[in-house]
Ligand binder design. Sequence first.
Ligand SMILES: [Zn+2]
Length: 557
Amino acid sequence: MGKQEHDSEVKHWADQIAEEAIERVKKNPVLKKIVAKSGFFVYDEKTPSGVIHIGSGRGWVIHDAIAKALRDKGVKGRFVLSSDDMDPLDKYSKVLSKEDNEKYMGVPFRYIPSPVKGYKSFGDYYFAQVTDLFPDFGIEAELESTGEEYEKGTFNKTIKIALDNADKIQKIYSEIYGEEVAAADKLPFNVRCPKCGRIATTLALEWDKQKEKLYFECRNDVVKWGKGCGYKGWISPYNGNGKFPWKVEWAAKWPSKGVIIETAGKDHFTKGGSRTIACKIAVDVFNYPPPYPSSGYYTGPGYEFFTVGGKKMSTSKGRGIGFAESIEFAPAKMLRFLLVRTRPNAVIDFDPYGTNDIILLYERYDRAERVYFGKEDQGEKENIKQKRIYELSHVGKIPKRMPPQVPLIHAATLVQIYEDDNDIIQNLKESEHVYKDATKQEIEYVKDRLGFARKWIKEFAEDQYRFELQEKVPDVKLSEKQKKALKLVAERLKKGKWTEQTLYNEFYTICRDEVDIDTKEFFRAAYLVLLNKERGPKLAGFLLAVKSKAVKLFESI
Ligand SMILES: [Zn+2]
């Protein structure tokens, strides 16, 4: 195996992308200049038209991880997320009244009042619903408003280029979609009507290249879903007086902001889709190299779908749940870990109902953490991989000492035995899951996990993980051999110090050498007496967690 192959097998995808971007910039004098001025611009954008779907969250974590990987390589990686709040309301919104829907249909989201008090606009409100959670997800992003960028004049230069080259853009549309497509004979700019504030109902009819003014009309026949006010006249297209159509805007943002990396969901990357058009416009009209994963006209691949909640949620809510809702299914940092450890081209369907998805996620997180802190050896290659996944997915500063690890199933067992977290912590200290000298932060970390364990047991766990420790011996039939074995276990528990392993071994000694009972029969009896069920959590660990109660129960059979 060559060195390169070996590298790509071990190297994290975010590092691979960062290195590719650094190489690309090195070779391109235009990009080199841009990066020297404003750093490695990793860009993403989202229309705040309502609840933002969890699928977009995948893009934010991907871009954030790439920006971090860039910074780790000593260059200035920046993740910038822009709210596309110049996009207009284009379908009926359930949070607005009937009158407001009519009034604001076709108006940009930044000029529609917020449905909830305390936010500047409709767009602001829905954008904040996701960005407020960024600290929990460990996403470090500079937030922007596309409308504000228009107002500041960031796009003035590209607006002039696009309008001066309108024929080129029209030709690109007709080449890809055929001449009958509307954009093939429209000017690539939508004026915001100064009279009614709508942007979707205006039609630009003439561009005066010398005066740099557009002639436009606000009409009833531009879109089916919105009516214009009839205003017409000449207007400057600059400083927030309007916006590009979406596909042109995508291409125009790249040179205007100096974007080096911007991926998106794979639905944008279909043949002839928005990325295809944007790449062609960027190259042919703006003379700018489209950002990674694109290269020239080649779009490259977008990232795969990410759903949370599985079938249950996607059928009840159409396309699935919102980003803000996702933390009802797993803590934000765990979802981040899931996204960082999975290559962007793999589909993720995280389904906590009736599956092992949550248990596996916690086990994998804990394993990566043990490898990171040198407590587990998975072999050279796997160690490198796991360490990097842990670094890129850890939310906040990585502590000096490994956080106390309590496997989720064990935490779930304990929360069903004890009401008070402090009793559990005491128990965990005795079982050496938690350091005797644990710091306040470490205790908080464990309590967090106990909190999620409670939620998991209540909402997601399969029945086999749920139980109720009995106060007195339930009405069950036991053989003499079963009774004898349980009494012997009680005796052993009272004497001596046991670990999960030594106690487990002792079960076999008792069954085989002292009672002559089938071990299956022994385990069945123990669960019946303790839980009034035939099965339960791993017995040795469970007995150690409920030692005194178990002794009492076994002695009284
Ligand atoms: Zn109007």
